[in-house]
Design a binder for this molecule. Structure first.
Ligand code: CA
Length: 235
């Protein structure tokens, strides 16, 4: 049975650009739809379950950054891949976009071909990492074995509490992805947990104290949460 085509939602109020991107995506075998506003995008996400979002920064009413934040904070879409479209003049917005949880960005004006290449690259990158059945992870000299419930660094076991272990597992499962405090709290502590998102900060600090190589590797994402660096540094 052939795989179902990947669904891409284009969020862009400029009809010409949106149509052009849609055309190129469809030529490459993707299923593409268009939302003209952030509100429309959020509604379409609930009904259409896209596999990837192409999100323009400049939108009427709710801007792209706000949409991005909402997508990242909702458990259903927390890991939805996002490529943000920015204008060259908005370098600082680009950085903010990545800090708010976009996985990649393309500056306007762009060639549709280049954008499609980025879409494909992002899908490939995520296919490599997002496997729910994966039972062992490595990050530089750190190895986590779920079957043994064990974490080692250079072969030496590190004693972690259940929550620290769960937090580290979640980060290792999704390298390079921004995980909000709410999403981490729900995943590790559960929806009925009465603590605050500060709990996540405390546990991240403890993990960094116990495993120094994580100190630079777990990156704090302003006002949202954390992400594990794509690759371990050589120390
Ligand atoms: Ca726009």
């Amino acid at each position: 049975m052939p795989l179902a085509p990947k669904k891409v939602l284009i969020v862009e109020d400029e009809a010409d650009i949106a149509q052009l991107v849609k055309l190129y995506l469809e030529k490459e075998g993707f299923h593409a739809s268009i939302a003209q506003t952030g509100a429309e995008a959020l509604a379409l996400m609930k009904s259409g379950h896209p596999d990837l979002l192409i999100l323009d920064l400049m939108l009427p009413e709710m801007d792209g950054l706000e949409v991005c934040k909402k997508v990242r904070n909702a458990p259903d879409t927390a890991l939805l891949p996002i490529i943000m479209l920015t204008a060259k003049a908005e370098e600082s917005d680009t950085i903010v976009g990545l800090e708010l949880g976009a996985d990649d960005y393309v500056a306007k004006p762009f060639s549709p071909k280049a954008l499609i290449a980025r879409v494909k690259a992002l899908f490939r990158r995520l296919e490599r990492t997002d496997d729910p059945k994966q039972l062992s992870f490595s990050f530089g000299p750190l190895v986590m074995e779920l079957s043994r419930h064990e974490v080692t660094v250079k072969g030496k076991e590190v004693a972690l509490t259940a929550k620290e272990f769960g937090l580290l597992e979640h980060l290792l499962r999704h390298p390079g992805r921004v995980l909000t405090r709410d999403v981490l709290l729900n995943a590790i502590w559960g929806y009925d947990y009465y603590g605050t998102t500060r709990t996540v900060d405390v546990h991240v600090r403890r993990l960094k104290m116990k495993i120094p190589l994580l100190d630079d590797a777990i990156i704090s994402v302003k006002s949202l949460g954390y992400k594990l660096s794509d690759h371990a540094s050589e120390k």
